[in-house]
Every structure is written in C-alpha cells, then in structure tokens.
Design a protein around this ligand. Structure first.
Ligand code: AHR
Length: 516
C-alpha cells in the first residue's frame, strides 16, 4: 500500500518498454539441462485467515451442521481442494495472526475463550476452529500446514510453545498437553511464519527492529522443534519495498531463515478498487498492469537476495497475492467477500507463469485467500459450493507441481488499450517425471485472439492434447444460479506445423497443453 507512486512509475516503464513487436513466438527447449530448477509444488499453495466466512462457514461449519462434514469441516471442500492438489495451507492469518493466541483454540470447545477479530469486521469468534481442527484438516487434505506465528502481540515463549506442541514427542509440558487434548503423535509442522506484515498490521516495525525480533523468535523456535526440520518464513516486503528485503537479508543470518516473504495484490488503487464483476475495460487493463508487475517484483527482490545468498538457499515466498476489489454490494466491508470472474483467471494464469519461470528463487506462494475471501478458489452459499474460474486455473496448472522447469522465451504481441500496451501472451512450460511436457499459455487480451508459434527445435510428440478456460466476456463468473458457466473444456486449437507448434488462443483464455 505504501509504494503506489513507485509502482505506477515502474508499471509505466514495463508497459511501454517493449513496444513494436509484430507477432507472438515462443522458443522452447524440451530437453532440460541438469541445472533446470524443479517447480516447487508449494508455488500452488493457499491461504486461509480468520476473516469473514473464510474459516467459519467456509471450511468449518461445526459438527452439528446439516451440511455434510467430518469433525465440522465440510466434506465438499475437502474433496474439491484435494482434486485441485492443494499442496500447503497458511493459517490463521494475515493480520489476524498477530492477534491470535493459539492456546485459546485448544481443549474442550465449550471451555475455549472467545476473541474479538479486531482486524476483520470486529466480530466475536468462539475459537471453535483451533490448532487441532486446522492440523487434522490439513492431514485430510493431504496438504502441508503452514502456521503463521504471532510476533506482534505474542511472546517468544508462546511461539516456541506452539512449535513444541505441534512437533515434539519427547516428555515435555507441551507434548503432554497435546496428548491430554487427544492427539498422541506430533503433526511435524514444517512451515512457520514469524509474524505477518511486520511493517504494518503486524506491529508497524522498522526493518532493523523486525530483523532483531526475527532472530530472537527464530532461535527459540529452533530450540523447541524436536526432530522436525523447520522452514521459517520472515515477514517480508510490501510490493516494491526493496529496502525491507535488503535490510532483512543483510541482518538475518542464513541459518535462522529458510524463506523471506513478499506480499503483492493486483489492486488498482486502495481508494478505488473497482467492482469485482461490473468492471470497465480501463479497470481490467489496470488490474492486468498490477498483476504483471509481479514479474518485476520477483526479479528485483531476487536480485537483492542474490547479493547475500548467491546459492539461493533462502526461498522467496510470495505469501499473499491475488486480485483485490470492492466487496459485493450489501456484504460486510470487513469480510472482503468478492466474486471471481475471468479477470481473476487471467491474474491466476499469468501470475503462476511468472512464479514457474522464477522457480529457482520462488519456492512457495499462497493465493489470497482460499474460500469466500478476496480471490477465492471456492465460494460457498449455504450448502452450495461454487468453484471459481481461479479454481479451474489452479486445477489445470497442477501438472506443473514438482515438474522440471523448461525455460521459455516469449516474444509477445501486444494487448493495446487507449495508447498503452501490455504483452498479450504469457507462458511457462515443464517436463513431468513421466516425460510429458506441459505448456500453459494465457492470452489476457479481452478483444482479440492471438496465434502463438512455439519453436520446438525438432522435438517430436505423438499426442497433443489440451484444456481451455474461456468465456464470452471477461466479466463472466460462476454464480449460485449458474455454477458451471465457466469450466475447462477440451482444446482443439493446437497443431504441429513442421518444427513449430501453432496455438490459437481465443480472447481472455487460459490453455494448458500436454505433449506426449
Ligand atoms: O489477505 C487480507 C490481508 O491482506 C491480510 O490479513 C494481510 O496480511 C494483508 O494486508
């Protein structure tokens, strides 16, 4: 939020810098070298905060609900997220994390104290969804839990105790308490956030002050970890705050930090975010500018990290990303409930391509947020579950999880709008363990189809198949009345022409090809 002017200047530069290209061509070498990075599956991770109906009504309905559930967690949600191959889930915040005291959420539910959610709507929560509920749910999902610790209003002891509670088996007070609460074996949680947005809602700290806090918290977390290896994520920069990254990389020893976060939302302006559905063509273009700016952010933050960590041991964790719009009319402004259109599918496809292409440094990213909040993959309406266009992109792209990156060089045609230009096409490619090559392509141009010529350097394939997500208008979405309006369909627009693969991408479409 703090760096709007700088972002606008940078966006203008990347928008005009590549003017004059004539047609889209992609160069792809399908034979990976030994140094090609593996695209971490954790790039496809998600985020669930105690915010609006993200947890309560979203994941969790309680075990007395008429909605089919297991220990209070919706069965349809579990099924949908497993199908999408959710690799990890971050919880309980966000800003909420730095107000959360985990010991309030364990033990008998009727004895748990309530909490006022100071950041999101001022609602009172009964803490019925706590540590056991979340970690057991992650086991059901087959997803790694990512616990976001309280640095802002918590203590070093409190976070160290949480690590001990979740991860140790030896005789100690926290392990005994866990067992008394019904869980014999530790969960072995690997991912731990050490505060959230420490520059803002996490305590309004300076980077120098936070770096010292991080060193202290991180040290005592390690002392409590038992046999589990921890992946500790430092609270990172807001968008283009490169100074924050510089100070943290300089002041935190690499043996205390496994990941450094960065948050960036595709928001037009915090004072004018635009309707989630009734957005104009100007607003669409501006949203795409903000989303594609992620590439510059990743390159620049990575360059700073390279100075201090040339071997790339520390991951850049894009802890929160996605589109942020006005809430749906009539809903609580503090609940951040927004619809999800083909614009969101464009953000998702293009952003995931960026992460794939920088997977040497970006090794985790969490879309904000999983259910009913911001750019959600699932919306719930009582017993009904709606899969959004973003869900379908995430599901289509899951073929890249843990596959070897095949670098692509994209020379894109332009998406032009009122004298401004953005590259219309983005792409990324990978080779799966079974040898299948996958190429994901996005055409963000809402008005024109684009033909893409992929130079395969003589590589031969017996089968080319694919799926496409598209709709008549970028404003289209899946609603309670029409939940299946937008769904992936078989794609027939790819053909081999000599050495080149030719792909016709309709306006505002996402395509994933499989080459066998
Ligand atoms: O995702 C919503 C909020 O955005 C998170 O709580 C916070 O970390 C960020 O500012």
């Amino acid at each position: 939020m703090k760096h709007k002017a700088l972002i606008a200047a940078c966006i203008f530069f990347i928008t005009v810098a590549n003017a004059g290209k004539a047609q889209t061509s992609i160069d792809l070498d399908v034979n990976p070298g030994t140094s090609n990075p593996v695209i971490s599956k954790y790039i496809y991770s998600h985020f669930a905060e105690h915010l609006g109906h993200g947890i309560y009504g979203g994941f969790y309905v309680g075990d007395t609900s008429k909605i089919a559930n297991t220990n209070g967690v919706r069965n349809d949600v579990i099924e949908a997220l497993k199908k999408m191959k959710i690799p990890a889930l971050r919880w309980p915040g966000g800003c909420f994390a730095d107000t959360y005291h985990w010991k309030d959420g364990i033990g008998p539910k009727d004895k748990r104290p309530s909490i006022v959610n100071a950041w999101w709507g001022g609602v009172t929560e009964d803490n019925s969804f706590g540590t056991h509920d979340f970690l057991n749910m992650c086991e059901k999902l087959g997803a790694d839990p990512y616990l976001s610790g309280n640095v802002g209003s918590g203590t070093v002891q409190e976070l160290a105790d949480w690590v001990q509670y979740a991860n140790t088996d030896s005789k100690n007070p926290m392990s005994d308490l866990r067992k008394a609460n019904g869980r014999e074996t530790p969960w072995g949680v690997k991912f731990w956030g050490v505060g959230n947005e420490a520059w803002g809602c996490g305590g309004n700290m300076t980077p120098e002050y936070y770096a010292n806090e991080f060193r202290k918290f991180s040290t005592f977390m390690a002392n409590s970890r038992g046999k589990s290896k921890l992946f500790r994520v430092a609270s990172g920069a807001s968008s283009a705050d490169y100074h924050w990254t510089e100070v943290l990389m300089k002041n935190i020893p690499s043996d205390l930090m496994e990941g450094l976060a960065m948050h960036h939302y595709a928001v037009i302006d915090w004072g004018h975010k635009s309707s989630a559905t009734a957005f104009t063509k100007d607003e669409y273009f501006e949203t795409m500018q903000r989303a594609l700016f992620m590439d510059t952010l990743v390159i620049k933050h990575s360059a700073i990290m390279d100075k201090y960590d040339p071997q790339k041991k520390i991951a850049l964790v894009v802890d929160e990303w996605g589109g942020w719009y006005d809430v749906e009319p009539g809903t609580n402004p503090g609940f951040l409930y927004q619809q999800n259109t083909m614009r969101d599918a464009m953000i998702a496809g293009a952003t995931l391509n960026i992460f794939n292409n920088h997977s040497d440094r970006v090794r985790m990213a969490n879309l904000a947020q999983c259910i009913n909040v911001l750019q959600a993959v699932i919306l719930t309406n009582g017993p009904q579950l709606i899969l959004t266009p973003t869900y379908h992109v995430m599901e289509m792209y899951n073929v890249h999880q843990d596959a070897t990156l095949l670098p692509v060089s994209v020379n894109s045609e332009w998406y032009e709008h009122k004298g401004q230009k953005l590259p219309a096409i983005s792409a990324s490619a990978s080779k799966a363990k079974d040898g299948v090559v996958h190429i994901s392509l996005v055409n963000i141009d809402p008005d024109h189809q684009h033909t893409v010529s992929v130079n395969m350097h003589g590589a031969k394939f017996k089968d080319i198949s694919g799926r496409i997500l598209s709709s008549a208008k970028v404003n289209d979405y899946n609603s309670a009345a029409n939940p299946d309006k937008i769904q992936p369909k078989a794609f027939k627009g790819a053909t081999m022409k000599g050495e080149n693969l030719s792909v016709v991408l309709p306006p505002a479409s996402v395509v994933v090809l499989s080459l066998n």
